[in-house]
Design a protein around this ligand. Structure first.
Ligand SMILES: Nc1ncnc2c1ncn2[C@@H]1O[C@H](COP(=O)(O)OP(=O)(O)O)[C@@H](O)[C@H]1O
Ligand SMILES: N[C@@H](CCOP(=O)(O)O)C(=O)O
Length: 324
């Protein structure tokens, strides 16, 4: 059982949606689904999972959160070899909602807080991007809001954009998993100049549109020729949903990250939200796929340290019904 001792830190980190269509490996937005991680020094390393969704995740020193914590300690010149780690998450794994990025940021932010926060957020961003290999998800999970970022292999430069107030998000999460590595393996090694220009122009337009609140431009600015067409075969129903979402009230639609989740932006002050959800669900069902629809908000805070009693977050752990 987890001890009710002082000396622990707790962080809350949001999920993210990457690419937003054309901004492959560069644009990301954080979403109001969260992972919570508690961490403290211990005599022996243990990893506890509260709630569901952690099937297959190692509960020992092979755990991603333990590993990234050690990276932070090493970078800061500290040694904390044994840790007690507890986690709870609402973010589904391998669905294109950045669970690995959220876990990396949560592990890093908790470890940094545990040793008095010697590393800046910018340094954590570089370390996290080095692990994830693309800055879109980790940037959004760390800073919140919308992130436009470029990674040169060592350093990630970024600008945070405050999401337009009217923006609301519908995600449709299919029941099947799709590992990001698998969805990257289907991408071509080369693109034509026409497709490159197509994507650069839309990604630039999308960034400017989000910055200036031009929601009327999202439908055309979110089109993509770099990754979505190649991933379509992995996500039945995707093509039809992306093509027709605007006819059912969406401001724009995209594959979320590497998929299989699909994302639509809507105007929170507009109507037809129910129509859009029904349309997206029905297309998935035409392909025999059950999917969960969630209405989310852009998260504005990114990774935050939280206070509060352990029993709020981990009632199962406190009662002793642990899995580790
Ligand atoms: N809380 C967590 N603790 C440890 N590993 C995690 C956690 N969350 C995600 N992961 C790792 O990340 C993998 C999913 O990453 P990925 O395939 O990139 O999908 P996505 O990031 O879209 O959910 C999981 O299979 C698991 O290995
Ligand atoms: N830019 C990456 C984003 C992967 O996001 P995930 O949420 O699916 O891990 C890509 O498109 O491969």
């Amino acid at each position: 059982m987890i001890n009710e001792n002082a000396g622990s830190v707790r962080v809350r980190v949001p999920a993210s949606t990457a690419n937003l269509g054309p901004g492959f490996d560069t644009l990301g937005m954080s979403l109001s689904l969260y992972i919570w991680v508690e961490m403290r020094r211990a005599e022996r390393t243990t990893v506890h999972f509260a709630g569901e969704g952690f099937e297959g995740i190692p509960a020992d020193k092979r755990n991603l959160i333990y590993k990234v914590a050690q990276l932070v300690f090493e970078e800061a010149g500290e040694s904390v070899p044994e840790l007690e780690i507890g986690m709870r998450s609402d973010i589904p794994l391998t669905r294109g909602l950045g669970s690995s990025a959220s876990a990396i940021i949560a592990g890093m932010a908790a470890a940094n807080a545990l040793i008095g926060s010697p590393l800046s957020k910018e340094r954590l961003f570089d370390l996290a991007t080095g692990l994830e290999r693309h800055p879109d998800n980790v940037g959004a999970s760390l800073f919140g809001g919308i992130i436009a970022a470029a990674w040169d292999g060592e350093r990630a430069d970024y600008v945070r954009i405050e999401p337009p107030q009217a923006l609301k998000v519908l995600v449709l999460i299919p029941e099947f998993e799709l590992a990001t590595s698998e969805a990257r393996a289907v991408l071509p090694q080369q693109l034509s100049i026409q497709d490159a220009v197509y994507n650069i122009s839309r990604s630039s337009l999308l960034t400017a549109a989000l910055f200036s609140g031009r929601l009327d431009l999202l439908a055309s600015a979110m089109r993509d020729r770099l990754h979505q067409p190649y991933r379509a075969a992995l996500v039945p129903g995707m093509e039809k949903i992306l093509e027709q979402a605007s006819d059912h009230g969406a401001l724009g639609a995209a594959l979320s990250g590497a998929g299989p989740t699909l994302l639509a932006f809507v105007d929170r002050n507009g109507g037809r939200h129910g129509e859009l959800e029904t349309f997206m669900q029905s297309v998935m069902r035409e392909h025999g796929i059950e999917a969960r629809a969630l209405w989310l908000e852009p998260d504005l805070e990114g990774a935050v340290c939280e206070t509060g009693s352990r029993s709020d977050l981990f009632p199962e752990l406190i009662k002793g019904e642990i899995s580790s």
